[in-house]
Design a protein around this ligand. Structure first.
Ligand code: ADP
Ligand code: TRP
Length: 324
């Protein structure tokens, strides 16, 4: 039987949102029992866009606490903060010496981010190499991500193959795992929900803020009684993530036959989201009052991750000739 090792990371670059939850966090949590699970908070990657000591430090803790509150069980996975495993940066250097410039030049994420005004630093450009090191150092074979990260996992595959061809079989070739149905959660404006577009609905937030955000979902001006296309409506796109199937069918029919009132659907969506994360919210509040526990979990996870990373790095050092 082939062992499945699943690994994925989340950036602490702002409040986590429901796109992060459905695109990456839930698929990870669901895989806890089906594979060996490696989950981490990628603060070194976040440095490419967050140059604010307080923010990075706070958001790293919050991302970790959010993930635990949502159901990640540290007894059934390895959970850590990226910078607690410095081996990964050494591997990233070795891999970068094998990475063709053209491979990185083709990456959409770099182009998208610089187009939005993020500083075109070397770190931002080399971001996929560090991500490849993250994946390869743990010999992960499956990487659950949202659609936007697929290209980065493909870069990791290319780099792994290049290394194996040059120095002999060393790395497992990882695969992206993408749920096509959920690949992109729409934001308030209908673009991909993303921290960088200010169009998110946070997972954990005040009810008033949640209501404000949901009411701000952009809808068209079709009169209530006219038929509407649910497939082209970002309100429906969000509603379907939370509504039970019978209610979803009813609302779907209202769209198709006429009679869907956006305002009412939005109010219903507020309740659905609020209830959906109800239990997690209570756990999150408990963790807020037990910050020591979260730090302990991360420290333990960091030690375990580091032990494993050291084994791969040792092998790599040997293969490329860093021993003398
Ligand atoms: P953001 O775009 O908000 O900065 P990240 O790049 O930190 O989000 O993404 C973290 C994880 O969440 C990645 O696996 C990414 O693919 C997933 N993700 C982010 N936004 C969405 C979305 N709108 N729909 C589905 N998955 C998403
Ligand atoms: N680049 C990913 C994102 O922005 C985060 C990430 C860093 C990651 N290293 C990883 C994801 C390794 C999966 C595996 O979402």
């Amino acid at each position: 039987m082939i062992m499945i090792r699943t690994l994925s990371g989340i950036q602490p670059s702002g409040k986590l949102h429901i796109g992060n939850y459905f695109g990456m966090m839930r698929p990870m949590i669901e895989r806890m029992d089906k594979s060996e699970l490696y989950a981490f908070v990628v603060n070194l990657h976040a440095l490419t866009t967050v140059q604010d000591r307080e923010r990075l430090s706070r958001d790293t803790f919050e991302a970790a606490a959010d993930f635990l509150a949502l159901g990640l069980n540290p007894e059934r996975c390895i959970f850590w903060v990226q910078s607690d495993v410095p081996e990964v940066t050494e591997l990233a250097w070795v891999l970068s010496t094998l990475t063709p410039m053209g491979l990185l030049e083709r990456c959409h994420s770099y182009k998208d981010k610089t187009a939005k005004g993020i500083i075109p630093s070397h770190g931002l450009f080399a971001y996929p190499v560090l991500m490849a090191a993250d994946i390869l150092i743990f010999q992960a074979n499956q990487v659950p991500v949202g659609k936007d990260q697929k290209q980065h996992v493909e870069v990791a595959r290319d780099i792994a193959q290049k290394f194996n061809n040059t120095f002999g079989e060393t790395f497992i070739i990882p695969e992206p795992v993408i749920d096509e149905k959920l690949a992109t959660v729409p934001g308030l404006d209908g673009q991909k929900m993303s921290k960088s577009y200010d169009n998110t609905i946070a997972i954990f937030t005040d009810r008033n803020v949640l209501k404000k955000r949901v009411m701000a979902i952009v809808t068209d001006a079709t009169p209530v009684e006219d038929p509407k296309d649910p497939a082209n409506c970002n309100l429906f796109g969000l509603f379907k993530l939370f509504a039970p199937s019978d209610r979803l069918q009813e609302v779907h029919d209202l769209y198709v036959n006429g009679g869907a009132m956006y305002g009412k659907i939005k109010l219903e969506l507020v309740d659905l989201i609020w209830d959906f994360f109800g239990e997690a919210r209570e756990t999150r509040e408990r963790l807020e009052n037990d910050r020591g526990y979260v730090r302990e979990v991360l420290a333990r996870g960091g030690e375990k991750a580091r032990e494993q990373a050291a084994v791969t790095l040792d092998l790599v050092r040997d293969k490329v000739g860093l021993r003398y």
